[in-house]
Ligand binder design. Structure first.
Ligand SMILES: Nc1nc2c(c(=O)[nH]1)N[C@H]1C(S)=C(S)[C@@H](COP(=O)(O)O)O[C@H]1N2
Ligand SMILES: [Mo]
Length: 522
């Protein structure tokens, strides 16, 4: 290969990359006119999430935590970059094939966008299409400059290509792409402004039914223990939304309809705020939480009683002869979650929450309204950004996660976690405070025990019980002796049932087993 050829190949690859960037930039700009969620990276990412096998998704949540979405998007961009480089090289030889390749990516992006559950129709394909056409045209033009005087090069000239034309086109394209991309980004960001402004304007009324005072003894002072109330900024986040839905509360509506609904209704946000609000401490847990894992948090929620709204709509639970046994909640981004109607209407504090720890729901936790049902894992109860409630049956409809092999019904399993000491800590011999939390929502925690190595189970000191819907802190002053030791915890719920030692994976209905921590005492 001559130097000229190496140089030309390099420039062809760069042309591919530039064309890819231009395509994404134009797509971003057009998506601002259509819908931010219709952008190709978001659409393909969303489609990828929906098609990811449950095991892989669980692994991603476990490995990357709340960064799982960032990792996915970076992965998509890296893949696109690799293909763009290749298409540049292809285009140098087969100019039209290279451009056709760019168009093909546009088709994939457009199809993903149109196929999303929250898609508003064929217009959602526009950003990908417009981007692909711009990218394909640019690649065609750039490679044209690279091959302009190919004949001359073949005849032995030093650099047989239209250097000035290439640089001018590439430079202009880079500038225009950067401008279009930045403008699109800016417009997309400002689109969320209405939602943010409507949140700032919310004045949460005082609850007609305040939360029971948390007993003084419910908060232990052991350093390193999870705080009884999880601050919003530390509250775990698990959802499939690559772009956090930004809902303007002043335009939000909730429809309740379906089987056995004799009076279908639509509520506004103001309608909900005008009703009696209940305030409750409730611990939420994700079914993807491993034994000892972080996807559990306790917050003080404010909202309206869901059972009241259902009753007013004419709904009777199956145990009272109603025809619908499943409540399907649907969010603005097309997520669906299915909850047993009997659970929602059995007197527990199932609610449509509007507030979390004294403020309107944060955007990532479902602003303006989400569901909370004590005792059920989030994926069968805690719909964020809710906009529709349909009464149906388990036989007739499988919601999102159930289609992906998770269980139809999923009450939270009794669990306990050692927060301190941390794994592989090196405490000094003497009294070491072992402490953590245990939860068995809606049954309550009756007892927590600790075992050191293969010794006997010894009772831990329990914090006062706030309500059966919250976790309970515990602590155990351990007389630590030098050497390596394994600490294990187990809880018993208030029905007297002991937390099982049988290990189960998170799929299909939640992990089980006991949390242990190995420490070395110096
Ligand atoms: N719209 C929507 N709601 C959702 C989800 C989602 O992906 N989309 N995930 C559910 C799951 S699996 C859990 S565990 C909880 C988590 O709520 P959080 O992020 O506020 O902690 O939200 C639930 N509600
Ligand atoms: Mo979850």
């Amino acid at each position: 290969m001559t130097r000229t050829n190496i140089c030309r190949n390099g420039l062809a690859a760069v042309s591919g990359l530039l064309s890819g960037c231009a395509a994404l930039a134009v797509a971003e700009l057009v998506s601002a006119a259509v819908r931010p969620e219709a952008g190709p990276v978001t659409a393909v990412g969303g489609a990828a999430i929906d098609r990811t096998p449950a095991g892989v998704k669980d692994w991603a949540i476990r490995s990357f935590g709340t960064n799982d979405k960032l990792v996915l998007q970076l992965g998509i961009l890296a893949t696109l970059a690799a293909f763009a480089l290749m298409l540049g090289l292809v285009a140098l030889r087969f100019r039209r094939v290279g451009s056709a390749g760019v168009l093909l990516f546009g088709v994939v992006g457009a199809a993903s966008a149109v196929g999303r559950p929250d898609s508003t129709g064929a217009v959602d394909g526009l950003p990908s299409f417009a981007g692909a056409i711009a990218g394909a045209a640019l690649l065609y033009a750039l490679v044209g400059r690279l091959t302009a005087r190919r004949e001359a090069a073949d005849a032995g000239a030093e650099l047989g290509w239209d250097r000035r034309g290439f640089l001018a086109t590439a430079g202009a394209a880079a500038l225009v792409s950067a401008g279009a991309g930045a403008l699109g980004r800016g417009l997309n960001t400002s689109r969320g402004k209405d939602a943010v402004a409507s949140r700032a304007a919310v004045n949460l009324p005082a609850p007609g039914s305040p939360a029971a005072a948390v007993p003084a003894g419910a908060r232990l002072r052991a350093p390193g223990i999870s705080s009884f109330t999880t601050p919003n900024k530390d509250f775990y986040r698990v959802d499939t939304a690559l772009v956090v839905p930004k809902v303007d509360a002043t335009r939000w509506r909730l429809r309740i309809h379906g089987k056995g609904v004799t009076r279908p209704v639509t509520y506004t946000f103001q309608d909900l705020l005008a009703r009696e609000l209940i305030e409750r401490d409730i611990t939420l847990t994700c079914v993807s939480n491993e034994v000892g894992g972080p996807y559990v948090g306790n917050a003080r929620w404010i909202g309206v009683r869901l059972a009241d709204l259902l009753r007013e709509a004419g709904v009777r639970p199956p145990r009272r002869g109603g025809p619908a046994d499943q409540l399907v909640a649907r969010s603005v981004d097309g997520m669906t979650l299915g909850t047993p109607v009997d659970d929602v209407m059995d007197g527990r504090d199932a609610m449509l929450a509007v507030g979390m720890n004294g403020e309107p729901l944060p955007l990532v936790h479902g602003f303006p309204v989400r569901m909370i049902v004590p005792g059920l894992y989030g994926y069968v109860s805690a719909c964020k950004w809710i906009e529709d409630i349909e009464l149906t049956t388990f036989a007739d409809y499988d919601p999102y996660w159930v289609k992906r092999k998770w269980a139809r019904k999923a009450p939270i399993k009794t669990q306990s976690r050692i927060d301190t000491p941390k794994p592989f800590a090196r405490p000094a011999a003497g009294t070491v405070m072992v402490a953590g939390v245990a939860w068995a929502q809606h049954r309550g925690i009756g007892r927590v025990e600790i075992r050191v190595d293969d010794g006997p189970w010894r009772p831990a000191d329990l914090a006062a019980q706030a309500t059966t819907d919250t976790w309970r802190q515990w602590s155990y002053p351990w007389k630590a002796t030098p050497g390596s030791h394994t600490l294990t915890v187990r809880a018993t719920d208030r029905t007297g049932e002991l937390q099982t030692d049988r290990r189960a994976r998170t799929i299909p209905d939640g992990a089980s087993g006991r949390h242990s921590v190995v420490v070395t005492v110096d």
